[in-house]
Design a protein around this ligand. Sequence first.
Ligand code: GTP
Ligand code: MG
Length: 370
Amino acid sequence: PEAITVQELAQRMAERGSDVIKALMRMGVMATITQSVDADTAELLVSEFGHRSRRVSESDVLIGMTGEEDAAETLVARPPVVTVMGHVDHGKTSLLDAIRKADVVSGEAGGITQHIGAYQVQLGSGQKITFIDTPGHAAFTEMRARGANVTDVVVLVVAANDGVMPQTVEAIAHAKAAGVPIIVAINKIDLPDANPQRVKTELLSHELVVEDMGGDVLAVEVSATKRTGLEKLEEAILLQAEVLDLRSNPARSAVGTVVEAKLDRGRGSVATVLVEKGTLKVGDIFVAGAEWGRVRALVNDRGQNVTEAGPAMPVEVVGLNGTPNAGDDLVVTEDEARAREIAEYRARKKREASSAIAARGSVEQMFSQI
Ligand code: GTP
Ligand code: MG
């Protein structure tokens, strides 16, 4: 069934009609602005443009894209979501640990009780920052790409003794593709062979011009081990966040993203979810990628049970019927039937896609044997 016209799609995404037609052509679909495309094509196209879509049922699609915005008066200031990226071993996790140790709240709670890839710190001023850690290893390109998509600001960690390296360049590309501002953290300045100036010069050739070289990219020199420069880095993040004027509606059903997910022996499937808008509550029924569930428990980044999680808050969700993938969306639905319907639909799509790939593989094999 034809679901939506090209025009309507373009409007809901706030993209130019000609760009949408071009994107469709790249997907092998020829359509004019007044023609309709089916739900599958629309869903693919929306993700192509970096927007989010939500499947309502098999034929009837696409609520919850950028078109379905919350009214201005419902929006409340929320903490920035910061993804830390950079080359392997440049000190991303160390830097986050250092920031976290200085955090007033976890300090009070008696330090770090668990380590998940996302957490929130509260500064002395009462302001909060949500951080997402990413691995620097080359195998995790996909995860960095997703990280850049859920984030407001990227902190690019570059070791002052090592300089710009392949995953540094890749992280810059992801941040730029996602249109996310970059703050550079030049780390390991305690090392005798540290050369922050060289880092800044190297960044120039990737179109990142830091402030003291006449550009507008904030760069902060830090040492995770010596815990220097951390406050300056936090200030830079808050400054950037202020410019972005981040707001979302906490008083609606929750929409979020799965940051990581695993099968836990005692608790079943557990997902670390970053709530983007709305408030996720114990008892909520939701779909997460091709899985669904009912929130049995919510655990914050300090291992404490909480009853709800609002915008920009990372939280562990217990109560899934299966393990979703990192990068999947989490959307609260009105009832279980709807959650099951969407999850089953997506699971079937996934199976179809993988059998299509398998079929293609066997055809290629056939030809290669001729
Ligand atoms: P991946 O997650 O594997 O990409 O690495 P990472 O970027 O998270 O680096 P990690 O924090 O694991 O640190 C790598 C090494 O650098 C560790 O041995 C740290 O102790 C060391 N390191 C991190 N920050 C500093 C620093 O400021 N100074 C010095 N001297 N060493 C540091
Ligand atoms: Mg790390």
